[in-house]
Design a protein around this ligand. Structure first.
Ligand SMILES: [Zn+2]
Ligand SMILES: [Zn+2]
Length: 464
């Protein structure tokens, strides 16, 4: 029989899947089978925020380069510098010539043995300062410095950069479970691409520094103790694919794991994903409290991504989950898991984005204004928990607004959750409360109207 390459690949996936299913069953005693349990904790918002902060540092480097070039020019008859070497004395530090996104080229702290072949920026000599033109570019980010000092950030990376668009997921598993960490990189990354999985052991460094409180008297101040987490990184032998599997994970495997991805343009690393192997995970997996915590995490990730998206879209918040794509036109959420609540029994996260219907996930977006801090941005269809425009996740019912209308009418605008019964109560003295109405198994925004001629009434909504 002749298989095409694609068919062979599919066949392999089928075999791998059935093997994984087989391994996911642990035989306990005679005939008793316990299914391995895995709880995922996706953090795509934090991952993307980390990448954005690296791009902001890159923009700062370009601004430092701009200042250095202009100062040199002012002192040299307003000539236009022909290269970085003209104005190295005007740069604060050699570190500004290194883009923080490329970990294969760490920034040096001094000019000794400086290797110009390693720098992250390209100088583009111009005839003059005007008209404004690009005079320096980052090799990795779409960040361009203009001769007038303006830095244009088109967002994202130069084509070919092996950007991580879905990093390894944090996982809690029962002993004996198969653990799989995966990474997805940008389409169009220059080939060949190399992967290296790493085990990262967390340790803490404590230092104590004296912080001066009074600029006029350096003896006045206070001591600050800093406890900084760092990792001892060990490359895992032979772990050089886009996924890394630990068969039958045991407590000794508890640690952080990450992956580096590199090609001829440089190297990037994923965030560290923790692995917790613990027998207690089996009860945690069926515990509604922990499913709710997981849901709140998803909401926070989605709103963080929404706010990052808005920064690239004239401060408009996204109007749906499907418009939330990255510079490659792919969903920003890393893996589909972040869009599925563990309490949502009607829906299961698929393993990839192919054919995913964004309106049939556990979360829904409410179009609105980013300036309206407390407006609902994203809500879980099961819990009714929601993330506000300002990024906060809300777990209790609350008033969105209270308005006094004509003819002694009062309008209460309530935001309710579906998890518990909620009671709307009223009082004239904050001591004695009377129930106005109950809300059960419903969520969303509700208006309640009442009419009375009392000078003052207090309202509260609570979970009994
Ligand atoms: Zn850069
Ligand atoms: Zn939920």
């Amino acid at each position: 029989m002749v298989f095409s390459c694609i068919q062979m690949e599919k066949l392999q996936i089928l075999i791998t899947r059935s093997m994984r299913w087989g391994l996911a069953l642990i035989i306990v005693g005679a005939g008793l089978r316990v299914e391995a349990t895995v709880i995922y904790w996706p953090f795509p918002g934090l991952d993307l925020a980390r990448q954005k902060s690296s791009s902001i540092q890159c923009v700062n480097n370009l601004k430092q380069i701009s200042f250095g070039a202009q100062i040199w020019s002012d002192n040299n008859g307003y000539q236009f510098p022909q290269g970085f070497t003209d104005f190295t004395n005007e740069l604060n530090s050699p570190a500004v010539l290194f883009c923080p996104a490329d970990i294969s080229r760490p920034a040096p702290t001094n000019w000794n043995n400086f290797d110009w072949g390693q720098i992250g920026y390209q100088w583009v000599p111009q005839a003059d300062w005007y008209p404004a033109a690009v005079d320096c570019q980052c090799r990795i980010h779409n960040n361009d410095l203009f001769t007038d000092g303006y830095v244009r950030t088109a967002g994202g990376y130069r084509s070919g950069w092996p950007a991580i668009i879905a990093g390894p997921l944090e996982q809690e598993v029962t002993p004996g479970s198969d653990v799989q960490f995966g990474v997805r990189i940008a389409p169009g990354a220059s080939l060949p691409v190399a992967y290296q999985w790493r085990r990262d052991q967390l340790y803490y460094v404590t230092n104590i520094v004296f912080q001066v409180d009074d600029a006029d008297d350096p003896t006045i101040g206070h001591w600050v103790t800093n406890r900084v987490g760092k990792f001892t990184i060990t490359n895992l032998n032979g772990a050089t694919n886009s996924s890394y599997v630990i068969h039958g994970a045991q407590i000794a495997d508890n640690d952080y794991y990450s992956v580096t991805v590199s090609n001829l343009m440089g190297m990037t690393a994923s965030s560290e994903a923790s692995l917790t192997v613990d027998p207690a995970v089996s009860s945690k997996a069926t515990n509604e409290y922990w499913s709710a915590v997981n849901c709140i995490n998803n909401l926070k990730q989605i709103v963080t991504l929404g706010r990052i998206w808005s920064a690239d879209h004239k401060d408009l918040m996204p109007s749906s989950l499907s418009v939330m794509t990255n510079g490659y036109g792919l969903p920003m959420f890393g893996w589909p898991l972040a869009l599925f609540c563990r309490s949502d029994k009607a829906r299961t996260a698929p393993s990839d984005w192919t054919g995913l219907n964004f309106t049939n996930t556990s979360y829904e977006i409410f179009p609105g204004d980013i300036q309206d801090d407390t407006a609902v941005f994203c809500r879980c269809k099961v819990h009714g928990y929601y993330a506000q425009m300002n990024g906060a996740a809300i777990l209790l019912p609350r008033f969105a607004s209270v308005r006094r209308l004509a003819n002694n009418r009062t309008e209460l605008n309530l935001i309710l959750l579906s998890t518990q019964t909620q009671v709307l109560e009223v009082s004239t003295n904050l001591v004695n409360w009377t129930t106005l109405t109950n809300y059960t198994a419903t969520n969303g925004s509700f208006l309640f109207y009442e009419t009375n001629s009392l000078p003052r009434r207090f309202y509260r909504v609570r979970v009994p």
